[in-house]
Design a protein. Structure first.
Length: 354
């Protein structure tokens, strides 16, 4: 019998990449999504194009139109599919949006995760459960690390400078945003099902995860959205920190590759910081330069002095724990390559009639 994977948020960036990655490795793929991104962000966030791509290109893909807040629906789906691997990527992913829709945000991020965990405990407790968490669970704590201001970026001014933020960094007593709080609730639940019930769970605390299939919008998916603005000749709004705020960027295929490693040798209740690390980090100003060189178009932007509430000034992931537990995993796609792929993808998408 073939192996089966169930992916929530399968129309999204990470979910769709995971579907493709495991389909190529012979898995029967079940995706669950209800295009909620279009509800959260409006038509610009519509993900149906990506769902159609999966339905038309993958040999063995089944789409389930399901809201993860539907407890009974999730229970039935997990029972019926009985997957060998569950990857949970469905979420309300934006800080700013969460403040406007606190119940939708919490019910999706925390409640939806609990629905999935409990369904797995009841029906497939041996199945590795991989949860996409976020570095926002650290709240604005990383902003308290001593920083140095360089010409085009901020950087850590202490021992974090060599490797970035580790999993031992406190998630407590700091400002999270409602999104960070709902994701922290989910993160702790996933750990708890691993530690208390011995389920093979892990939380991947993502940095900026991106790639050509991101439906970037202003409130989520900064590199994808920045490239889109550049190609359309539109202004990108920079919020504070002189545009020197730093993010580490990881290609969604490298995310899926890590999940494959975890699936092959699962552990219980683990937490990993998953990002591009220092090598793949850039500030917004640095990203502008790379995109301009690739597209040949100047980046128009406006600057607003006020930063987004709780926004990280500098963040890059310490990847040493992942690499120690899973030495076969490495970042394979450089920042330049990632941006080049995004430029090409937006170029094609903007040209094709929708
Ligand atoms: N992309 C990043 O930079 C990044 C960084 C850190 C963490 N993450 C986390 O990774 C996960 C995936 O992120 P992404 O960038 O692929 O987001 P995305 O918005 O592209 O994908 C999420 C998908 O989930 C679906 N969804 C949302 N609510 C749903 C619901 N109630 N029921 C069913 N489907 C629902 C959406 O329609 C969307 O297709 C999220 O948990 C996010 O917090 C992403």
């Amino acid at each position: 019998m073939g192996r089966k994977i169930l992916v929530t948020g399968s129309n999204g960036l990470i979910g769709s990449e995971v579907c493709v990655y495991f389909a190529r490795r012979g898995f029967k793929v079940h995706g669950a999504d209800n295009n909620q991104r279009a509800v959260f962000f409006g038509p610009q966030g519509d993900t149906r194009w990506n769902q159609q791509r999966l339905q038309t290109t993958l040999a063995d893909f089944t789409h389930h139109e399901l809201d993860i807040r539907n407890r009974q629906g999730i229970d039935t789906l997990v029972k019926e599919v009985s997957p060998h691997l569950l990857v949970h990527t469905a979420a309300q992913p934006s800080h700013d949006r969460a403040a406007a829709i606190p119940f939708d945000d919490f019910d999706t991020n925390a409640g939806g995760t609990l629905n999935l965990l409990e369904a797995c405990r009841q029906h497939c407790p041996e199945t590795p459960f991989i949860h996409m968490s976020t570095n926002k669970v650290y709240g604005d704590g990383p902003n308290r690390v001593a920083l140095v201001e360089l010409e085009k970026r901020w950087d850590y001014g202490d021992s974090h400078r060599d490797h970035g933020i580790p999993e031992t960094f406190s998630i407590d007593q700091c400002l999270h945003s409602l999104f960070g709080a709902s994701k922290a609730a989910a993160d702790v639940l996933v750990q708890e099902y691993g530690r208390y019930f011995n389920l093979p769970t892990c939380c991947l605390r993502g940095g900026c995860l991106t790639g050509p299939n991101h439906t970037g919008v202003e409130l989520h998916g900064f590199l994808s959205y920045l490239v889109k603005c550049n190609l359309e000749g539109r202004e990108y709004s920079v919020f504070g920190y002189q545009g020197k705020q730093v993010r580490d960027n990881l290609h969604s295929e490298d995310v899926a590759a890590f999940m494959h490693e975890f699936y092959q040798r699962p552990r219980c209740g683990e937490v990993y910081n998953l990002g591009g690390g220092k090598e793949n980090s850039c500030s917004i100003l640095e990203a502008f330069e790379i995109v301009e060189a690739l597209s040949g178009r100047r980046q128009k932007y406006t600057y607003q002095n006020k930063n987004r509430i709780g926004d990280h000034i500098c963040y890059y992931s310490d990847l040493r724990k992942m690499k120690q537990h899973y030495p076969r995993w490495a970042v394979t796609c450089s920042l330049q390559q990632i941006i080049a792929e995004i430029v090409q993808a937006w170029h094609d998408r903007l040209q094709s009639p929708s």
